[in-house]
Design a protein around this ligand. Structure first.
Ligand SMILES: Cc1cc2nc3c(=O)[nH]c(=O)nc-3n(C[C@H](O)[C@H](O)[C@H](O)COP(=O)(O)OP(=O)(O)OC[C@H]3O[C@@H](n4cnc5c(N)ncnc54)[C@H](O)[C@@H]3O)c2cc1C
Length: 406
């Protein structure tokens, strides 16, 4: 598939979910696409039979991935019901799936990326393992320099030329750095940093396709259902010091700590797998089109706190918007991506503001004050008793609301 001498319509840098989906959607739109990835994905399994990293995909994201042929229904688990509650008060939100389908789908990260990768191998020119080391503007294209896997004692260098570069190379995007694109990192509403600890747990009772989200004193913890009726993904975000303590616990002690944190959801925790930690940061790029012929997508453009499970989903909205605007002409034409840049940045600002608001309400400096607790619990009660507000929230969370479509 790779052609040394051609100028590609698009070079996508980064083979995570967003880069792979963007590359496949552009190939489906008839574009010649190159994809550069440092480390091809491998399928991962833990001791409980599931990858510790998983994502909740909105029905809108699943629809998009299905259109590029990347969905295998057997790898998806439906979330039919969701329960959200907190440490301090009795109010809780319960969301149910509308009649025509689930609220969201859970998929293991490695299952999804491996599937996307296999499709990409058939449809786009893959350069992997290849580390992007430099990028330079040409008169009518961009040249990308890569260091490709060590061969016969030394790494080979490759030069790839493309009319447009899509940076989908993650939160520390090298492409963004090469072109001098700035990123604003948010000051969190709590003191100190947050990290996420992720793992897989087995429940005593069946999950019945329920997702649980409890806001604890130092951050939210979510349980997401897997295909096995007793197994869930665990995403526990908390202050760095708390995560450090949790990391030091053995399986038995961690199981007890988790059980207490989710207040015995699912009948109690039976077993836990190995834990992995991730730094958390909310950030937003100043410009999603930071240089001529370069656009940002996915975590390279913004990073969101995982509490609402929207990072990949918003990244897939980027992919959809890029493919929709890429049907004809020179993709690097001056001005072509300004609309994409402003619309996607506006959408990202909304999502960042929503996460900030939720985090500050539950985990901010005055979250423990009685008036805050009262306001939260009354607000939650009001929403829970209003079918119209709930239906609107569900539509947005599923990726079909007016904000998601804007
Ligand atoms: C704990 C946790 C839970 C989450 N849960 C959810 C969820 O439930 N739902 C949801 O929607 N989102 C969730 N997210 C967010 C989601 O994981 C990210 O938004 C998503 O992975 C970003 O995808 P991406 O493709 O943009 O970037 P990445 O997945 O970071 O991919 C970037 C790729 O670029 C490659 N790369 C980097 N530099 C180079 C280079 N120089 N040369 C070549 N390749 C390079 C990397 O190897 C990598 O493969 C969660 C995040 C965390 C931390």
């Amino acid at each position: 598939m790779a052609d040394e001498h051609c100028i590609y319509d698009v070079a996508v840098c980064g083979g995570g979910v967003v880069g792979l989906a963007t590359a496949l959607a552009l190939a489906a739109a008839g574009r010649r696409v190159a994809l550069i990835e440092r480390q091809p994905p491998v399928r991962a399994y833990g001791s409980l039979g599931f990858d510790a990293r998983s994502v909740a995909l909105t029905p809108a994201s699943v629809g998009f991935l299905r259109n590029v042929g990347a969905i295998d229904a057997s790898e998806l688990t439906a979330i039919d019901t969701m329960r959200v509650w907190e440490y301090d008060g009795a109010a809780a939100l319960r969301f149910r799936a509308p009649v025509r389908g689930p609220l969201a789908w859970v998929v293991e990260n490695s299952a999804l990326t491996v599937r996307l990768w296999r499709l990409a191998a058939e449809r786009v020119a893959l350069f992997a393992p290849a580390d992007l080391t430099a990028l330079s503007a040409q008169r009518q294209s961009v040249a990308l320099l890569c260091q490709c896997g060590a061969s016969q004692g030394g790494a080979a260098h490759k030069r790839i030329e493309a009319r447009l570069v899509v940076a989908a190379d993650g939160a520390n995007s090298p492409v963004r750095s090469f072109v001098g694109g700035a990123m604003r990192r948010e000051r969190p509403p709590w003191s100190g940093r947050q990290r996420a600890i992720v793992t897989v747990a087995r429940l005593q009772e069946p999950h019945r396709n329920t997702a649980w989200q409890r806001f604890g004193r130092t951050g939210p913890v979510a349980l997401l259902p897997f295909a096995d009726a007793h197994t869930v993904a665990v995403i526990w975000s908390a202050a760095e010091a708390v995560v450090k303590d949790l990391e030091g616990l053995d399986d038995a002690a961690f199981r007890l700590a988790l059980d207490a944190e989710v207040e015995g959801a699912g009948g109690g925790i039976d077993a836990v797998d190995r834990r992995f930690c991730f730094p958390l940061q909310q950030s937003l790029a100043h410009d999603f089109n930071p240089a001529p012929r370069v656009i940002l997508a996915g975590d390279a453009a913004r990073t969101l706190h995982p509490l609402a499970g929207q990072g990949v989903n918003v990244g897939l909205e980027d992919a959809r918007a890029i493919a929709a605007a890429a049907s004809e002409g020179d993709l690097g034409q001056s001005g072509r991506w300004r609309r994409y840049a402003s619309a996607r940045r506006r959408r990202s600002k909304q999502m960042l503001a929503l996460m900030r608001w939720l985090l500050s309400a539950y985990c901010g400096a005055d979250a423990g004050k009685p008036w805050r607790r009262l306001a939260r619990n009354e607000g939650v009660r009001l929403i829970d008793s209003s079918p119209a507000i709930k239906a609107h929230l569900v539509r947005e969370a599923m990726g079909f609301g007016p904000l998601a479509a804007s």
